[in-house]
Design a protein around this ligand. Structure first.
Ligand code: GLU
Length: 426
């Protein structure tokens, strides 16, 4: 059989998230003139764990799930990052997400590294008792390798505070003492931080507020569309209207999207989604596809679901003035170039969605000294972290004449590399 010609295969856009994460790093490494050893070191995870999790199902039969935990880099502090339960999970997705966590904790300058975990499963098809056994099984598999000084997991797509509580409890059973800071995103009753629930969206909203100032864009009454209606997407709806005065005209979830040019009411829509499991079919709205939602003529587009939704195929059709990436990895490198050329202001994922891990860090701090802050103090400290990070990246983009993603990489990679140098690793 004839081999595919190299020209054809290079024209094919790679959608492997880890290949994308490595390509993004390569670009930054070149501009930073990173020493080759450092570049090689930062292109790979420092450690990764692959394990099976046998789970007794309610039927009495056992199912074996595949789990991963990647500790991408811990030069700046313990690895940190969520655990995703998803049917399409792959090791390369977890590697990419772990790499992005490394750059995320660095860009907001918190003393942590980057990691990520995942299980290939569809939690929507599991009962609560099966989900509990799977969560405890995940913790049993990684317990020796996590802890407040090693690696601290948290929620991600399809995991939540209840799952964090089971994992924290399993850890206590295994090590024999309370260590609430082993995991973040816990319920408030078990050492969770006030303000962690909406932190990802809130942090992103702070960066949108600053971006609009830089662009002389008035956001009051300005339209927004939200792709994805999980934790980040729902709170983006609430906070973009409450804090910025935006009108949210379209939202979507994995089943499809809805549009109402007059704006969608948050409380009413969330109640509808809770009852029906989807936003599709919401009264007084017309159905649109996820693809069409991305191309709406809105002031701000909030991709808030999964990777690779803005690609070379649709980048030229994005009409939003600001793309605020609450999802991890929603935009491919080829699409980045098109958006930049077209003057779209992209707030890159590991800056825009760093609010979640920032408040996770606040949660670890509070767990360590067993003294808890109120929500107002969390908001204030989150605002200052996000605003500082925003301007550091914005100024870097202007100084180096690069897009915001490359600028964020320049800031983050430089910090991680410097930590590795100071440790004497490279
Ligand atoms: N999963 C979230 C993220 O991608 C939060 C991670 C954390 O709080 O550690 O940023």
């Amino acid at each position: 059989m004839l081999k595919e010609s190299p020209i054809e295969s290079s024209a094919q856009e790679s959608l492997n998230p880890f290949a994308i994460a490595q390509a993004q790093l390569d670009e930054a490494a070149e501009i930073l003139q990173l020493e080759p050893e450092m570049h090689v070191f930062l292109r790979q995870p420092m450690r990764e764990f692959h394990f099976t999790i046998p789970v007794r199902m309610d039927s009495g039969r056992t199912r074996v799930f595949q789990g991963f935990r990647v500790q991408y880099n811990d030069a700046r502090g313990p690895a940190k990052g969520g655990i995703r339960f998803h049917p399409d999970e792959t090791i390369d997705t977890v590697r990419a997400l772990a790499a992005w966590m490394t750059w995320k904790t660095a860009v907001v300058d918190i003393p942590l590294g980057g990691g990520k975990g995942g299980v290939i499963c569809d939690p929507r098809l599991l009962s609560q008792t099966e989900l509990e056994r799977l969560s405890r099984g995940f913790m049993r598999a990684i317990a020796r390798f996590v802890g407040i000084t090693k690696d601290v997991p948290a929620p991600d797509v399809y995991t939540n505070p209840q799952i964090m509580a089971w994992m924290m409890d399993e850890y206590r059973v295994l090590v024999g003492h309370h260590e609430p800071g082993v995991i973040t995103g816990k319920p408030l009753e078990l050492g969770g931080a006030a303000g962690r629930g909406d932190a990802t969206a809130r942090g992103g909203i702070f960066t949108v507020r600053e971006a609009a100032k830089m662009m002389n864009l008035d956001l009051v009454g300005a339209t927004a569309a939200i792709q994805g209606y999980g934790n980040a997407g729902q709170f983006a709806h609430k906070l973009a209207s409450e804090l910025l005065g935006q009108k949210i005209i379209a939202v979507s979830d994995s089943r499809g999207g809805i549009l109402n040019e007059n704006g969608l009411d948050f409380d009413d829509l969330v109640a509808f989604k809770l009852k029906n499991g989807t936003v599709v079919g919401y009264p007084e709205s017309e159905n649109i596809s996820n693809e069409d939602l991305l191309e709406l003529d809105v002031a701000v587009l909030y991709p808030s679901a999964l990777e690779n939704v803005i690609t070379s195929k649709n980048a030229a059709d994005i009409k939003a003035k600001i793309v605020a990436e609450l999802a991890n990895g929603p935009t491919t490198p080829a699409a980045d170039d098109v958006l930049y050329e077209n003057g779209v202001y992209v707030i890159p994922d590991f800056l825009c969605n760093a609010g979640g891990v920032t408040v996770s860090y606040f949660e670890m701090v509070q767990n360590s000294y067993q003294f808890y802050w109120d929500e107002a103090l969390t908001h204030e400290r989150l605002d200052s972290k996000m605003t500082n990070a925003f301007y550091t990246v914005h100024k870097m983009a202007q100084a180096k004449n690069v897009n915001n993603r490359v600028a964020a990489y320049l800031v983050a990679v430089d910090r991680v590399a410097q930590a590795a140098r100071l440790r004497g690793w490279i």
